[in-house]
Write a protein that binds this ligand. Structure first.
Ligand SMILES: [Zn+2]
Length: 170
C-alpha cells in the first residue's frame, strides 16, 4: 500500500485555474476525483491536499505541501491542465528528483498512449509544490485546454486510468 497525496490544482477561492475551450478546474476536479477513487479501490491510501481557503497563491501552495509532508505521504501528485493561446498541444509531466522523473515518465507514457503528444518529462525545479514536498513528487499537465486536438481526445475516465496505471506500475 502506498500513501498518495493528491493535489487537485487551483480550486481555492480566488484561484480557478486556466480557461480554454474547457475550464482547468472542471477537468482537474473530474479527472482528479476519478484518480482518487481508483487508487482507493486498489487499496492505497489517499490524502487530498487542496486547502479550502487561502490568503494568496503562495499560501495555497504552502498548505498543500504542509499537508502532504505532515501525513508523510509516499508520493505527491499535482494535477493540472495547460493553456497556450491555441498554439500548443500535448502532455507534459514535471519532476525534480531521479525517482520523481522515473515516475513522471511512466505516467507520461500512459497518458500519451491515449493519443496525446508527448512534450516530455520536464524539470520542475521552479514549481513550488515540487520544491517544497519531502516525497517523490510529480506535477501533471494533462493536455492543453485551448487545443481543439487535445480537447477532442479528452476522456476523463481513460485519463484517470492511464494516470493510476502509471502511478502504480511496478
Ligand atoms: Zn494549473
Amino acid at each position: 500500500m502506498t500513501t498518495y497525496a493528491i493535489d487537485l490544482g487551483h480550486g481555492c477561492n480566488f484561484d480557478g485555474g486556466a480557461v480554454g475551450i474547457l475550464k482547468e478546474e472542471n477537468v482537474i476536479n473530474v479527472v482528479g476525483r476519478l484518480v482518487i477513487n481508483k487508487l482507493l479501490q486498489l487499496g492505497h491510501e489517499v490524502i487530498e491536499v487542496r486547502p479550502v481557503t487561502a490568503n494568496s497563491t503562495r499560501h495555497s501552495l504552502q498548505q498543500r505541501c504542509n499537508t502532504a509532508n505532515a501525513f508523510k505521504a509516499d508520493v505527491f501528485v499535482s494535477i493540472h491542465a495547460n493553456k497556450h493561446k491555441g498554439q500548443a498541444h500535448g502532455t507534459e509531466v514535471f519532476a525534480i528528483s531521479t525517482k520523481g522523473r522515473a515516475l513522471a515518465a511512466k505516467v507520461l507514457r500512459n497518458i500519451c498512449s491515449l493519443g496525446f503528444f508527448s512534450r516530455g518529462v520536464k524539470n520542475g525545479s521552479h514549481l513550488f509544490v515540487l520544491k517544497n514536498t519531502a516525497m517523490v513528487a510529480i506535477l501533471i499537465e494533462l493536455f492543453f485546454l485551448d487545443s481543439t486536438k487535445d480537447v477532442a481526445l479528452y476522456n476523463a475516465e481513460k485519463l484517470a486510468t492511464a494516470i493510476v496505471e502509471g502511478l502504480t506500475a511496478a
